[in-house]
Design a protein around this ligand. Structure first.
Ligand code: ATP
Length: 245
């Protein structure tokens, strides 16, 4: 059931997203704890003034460069990511067709995986192209069901994009030698710190920026100057300044 949100409400967009998340919980797409993760993201987005910071643009450019040079690039999808941005995730894949989409869940049930794959297909992904239904690989040293994935996707990937990731899996992916690109509004999270590239931006802004960068960046673009710790330091300073401290 959708509540009536007046168009002139100053927080209408945010309230509509909350309604959509609530509906996604009712539909079994998002685990109830996903609402808490969403709220944490909202709080950090407030500190950014709900605008993409320049540091996120730097991170997006580096992410596009790494993805273009990858052998098996993958974008990992969880319940929140699909509920918030299935369309934008598919647009990234269309911009960069070698990118594999894989559903990967902490609270995993076959029904939830099926439902999420169906939403991504309805958003435009080629039928049968979204992995996640038939895991044949386990990420080592990770006891949760997020360890379950596919060799043709996350298991065999060299560069992975992990939006709204939990720190344990991010660290496990880094420990496997993968290059990890996080999208996370919290620059203090274990994920943000462990990833090689952290895009500190809201998911529905970050994915279109990544799609645009993938269309324009060349695989041979020279890297080597990107410093994720410095990017995080500057974005934290920006948030602190936003608080007026
Ligand atoms: P960690 O385990 O990495 O220390 P955590 O416990 O916050 O962090 P989760 O709750 O699993 O991990 O991850 C959710 C993360 O996603 C949070 O850091 C939150 O700020 C971020 N997040 C939530 N919604 C969005 C969004 N729409 N766009 C970008 N980031 C978001």
């Amino acid at each position: 059931m959708t509540t009536n949100i007046p168009d002139d409400h100053p927080r209408a967009a945010s309230l509509r997203t909350r309604e959509a998340m609530k509906d996604a919980v009712a539909a079994g797409l998002v685990h109830p704890t996903g609402l808490i993760a969403h709220g944490r993201g909202e709080a950090f987005d407030y500190l950014l003034g709900e605008r993409t910071p320049p540091e996120a643009r730097e991170a997006v450019a580096e992410a596009a460069r790494l993805l273009r040079a990858a052998k098996q690039p993958v974008l990992s999808l969880n319940g929140n990511v699909v509920a918030l941005a299935a369309r934008q995730a598919v647009a990234v894949q269309k911009a960069f067709p070698r990118l594999v989409l894989e559903v990967n869940l902490f609270h995993r049930t076959p029904e939830r995986v099926e439902a999420l794959v169906a939403v991504v297909e309805a958003a435009g992904a080629t039928k049968g192209s979204v992995l996640g239904r038939a895991p044949d690989f386990r990420i080592p040293n990770l006891s949760s069901d997020r360890a379950l994935c596919s060799k043709a996707g996350l298991g065999g990937s060299d560069v992975v994009v992990v939006p709204l990731e939990d720190g344990d899996r991010c660290q496990a992916l880094v420990a496997m030698g993968k290059t990890v690109i996080a999208i996370d509004l919290n620059p203090l999270s274990r994920t943000a710190v462990a990833a090689h590239v952290t895009i500190v931006d809201e998911l529905t802004r970050a994915l279109p920026a990544l799609a645009a960068a993938l269309k324009t960046s060349s695989p041979g673009a020279v890297g080597g100057t990107y410093d994720n710790a410095d990017v995080l330091r500057r974005v934290k300073a920006r948030m602190a300044a936003g608080l007026g401290a």
